[in-house]
Ligand binder design. Structure first.
Ligand code: ZN
Length: 280
């Protein structure tokens, strides 16, 4: 079976992006993997520190392993991991990739912690680093979070330096993207900046916080060099909408009222995967 590293090369050759969707339970897992299987595309399951605490690290690893043993291109990412310790735990638990998130820390501290995790992984797990703060948490926001502005967007020079100094396998820049969904409207993605960073950074670029960005913008970002796109907030909204519908019926069986949540998530994931993979 092709590894995540090989699928990233495939995405680069095809000029597409691999979808990354966060889940915190087996319903989310079912929705994301069914959508990817039906479209026959690779997919990354993301679990943040809190999501994997709720679901269980060994439990989500086991679910993904079942798919991988069947030869399905389903991969597991330890999303936003804020400590070196928790990152090492994810490496030890055979996650396919880990994001060590030092984006809110001073540059040097971010470099040192990221470098330590890269050294620990020794290529067993792909390590993603982040530079440029884009807020935290996948929720509905009234305004753009404090500390995020055009000035905090990642410059091509800093990106090149950071990737070289840390040795990361994947890189997440701040390019107008924001974690969560801004109710008053999302800022625009800085497509030009993505292209500039892509030109001098030799590793795949990851777009976080793509909930709320239009399909058109995301397509342009992929054309400019994005190879992984993260969706969480929109998936949470879809899930809640479906479950609310299920709960307002007379159904008592969880597999019936929860099924509506799965259905809503699956619809959303299918749509996003078509956009990311250039499928009409
Ligand atoms: Zn993120």
């Amino acid at each position: 079976m092709k590894s995540l590293r090989e699928w990233l090369k495939w995405a680069e050759e095809k000029q597409v992006a691999i979808g990354h969707f966060n889940v915190s339970d087996s319903e989310g897992f079912k929705a994301v993997t069914e959508a990817a299987e039906e479209l026959d595309v690779p997919v990354i399951i993301g679990v943040s520190e809190k999501e994997r605490t709720f679901l269980g690290v060994a439990e989500i690893r086991a679910l993904v392993k079942i798919k991988q043993d069947e030869g399905k291109p389903v991969f597991l990412n330890a999303d936003h991991t804020y400590s070196v310790e928790a990152s090492k735990e994810a490496v030890d638990n055979h996650f396919d990739s880990v994001i060590i998130d030092g984006a809110e820390k001073p540059y040097l501290e971010n470099v040192l912690m990221t470098k330590e995790v890269v050294g620990y992984a020794k290529g067993r797990t792909l390590i993603e680093g982040e530079l440029g703060f884009i807020g935290q948490g996948s929720t509905l926001l009234d305004n753009i979070p404090d500390g995020v502005s055009i000035e905090t967007q990642t410059t091509p020079e800093d990106a090149e330096k950071f990737v070289k100094e840390t040795g990361v396998d994947l890189f997440a820049p701040s390019v107008g993207n924001i974690h969560g969904l801004v109710k008053a409207g999302e800022p625009k993605l800085n497509i030009e900046r993505i292209g500039e960073i892509r030109k001098i950074v030799p590793v795949p670029l990851v777009l976080h916080g793509a909930s709320g960005n239009t399909d058109e913008e995301i397509k342009e970002a992929i054309e400019a060099g994005i190879r992984v796109v993260h969706i969480n907030t929109e998936l949470r909204l879809a899930y809640k909408k479906g479950v609310e519908k299920g709960l307002s019926s007379d159904e008592l069986a969880p597999y019936k009222f929860m099924a509506l949540g799965v259905e809503e998530m699956k619809k959303l994931v299918t749509h996003k995967l078509k956009v990311f993979n250039g499928i009409n």
